[in-house]
Design a protein. Structure first.
Length: 259
């Protein structure tokens, strides 16, 4: 049976990105002074200011690269990851997927979960490195074990499709569930598919309906016919229970996000 599972797509490494761990902590003048004195965190923040622009700072890709590189060469993981993105997209430097991989790798080796997830995508899609599903799984797992929702979803996809690991729908469902609890919409959808068809989990139309109900509010391209087909199998009592279950799941997800 072919599943209607959401494909693992490459769009930069947007599937792995998140808000930077470093928050702005100084104004432009103070940041520039600290950066010029060699403080890596200030160099990273200055690079980000130039990359994004605004608040009196002109958007300047070349300056962003300059400051990211200074911080990256000091081992600042977010700067390394950001420099990798710059090379991936060819902003302020010639596009170079191999150099993107180099900088993702530098950050990933230091334990940066976002970079680990991004590196997994590069190996899964053969961007800047030969395609290698086993390496992709390795890096997804490292990030997934740090509770990175995007990596947990991607690892589930690898298990569902038997890429780099033996096909295992139970293991796929396990990782989708972890990501779904964090509010990852695609993982919620794929977990719903698993419950609808009993793939690696007991078949449960009510649980599938509850998950689809959550997804429907977040995914504009949600295939409503799937939810309708599941709904048609439920008794009125089961439907009420499924709706209550959806509310419970959504409450749990919101609580997890608030942590």
């Amino acid at each position: 049976m072919r599943l209607t599972l959401i494909a693992l797509l490459l769009a930069g490494v947007a599937g792995c990105d998140s808000e930077p761990a470093d928050k702005p902590y100084l104004g432009l003048e103070a940041t520039l002074k600290a950066a010029e004195q060699g403080e890596a965190r200030a160099q990273y923040r200055l690079g980000r200011k130039y990359e994004v622009g605004g608040r009196g700072v002109p958007k300047d890709a070349a300056e962003a690269v300059k400051w990211y590189r200074k911080a990256a060469e000091q081992g600042h993981t977010r700067a390394q990851y950001s420099l990798g993105n710059i090379y991936f997209n060819g902003e302020g430097v010639p596009e170079d997927k191999a150099k993107a991989v180099k900088w993702y790798h530098e950050a990933a080796e230091q334990g940066d979960a976002v970079a680990q997830c991004g590196l997994g995508i590069m190996y899964a899609n053969g961007r800047g490195v030969p395609k290698d599903y086993s390496e992709a799984v390795k890096w997804y797992r490292k990030a997934a074990e740090q509770k990175h929702a995007g990596a947990q979803f991607n690892l589930g996809v690898m298990y569902d499709n038997g890429r780099g690991v033996p096909e295992d729908h139970t293991e796929a469902a396990k990782w989708y569930r972890k990501a779904a609890k964090q509010g990852h919409t695609s993982a919620q959808y794929n977990l719903g598919v698993h419950y609808q068809y009993g793939l690696g989990v007991p078949q449960d139309d009510a649980e599938a309906y509850a998950l689809y109900s959550i997804v429907e509010t977040q995914m504009t391209a949600f295939p409503k016919s799937i939810q309708s087909n599941v709904k048609a199998k439920l008794t009125p009592e089961q439907l009420i229970a499924a709706q209550q279950r959806a509310a419970e799941l959504l409450e749990q997800i919101n609580a997890n996000k608030a942590k």
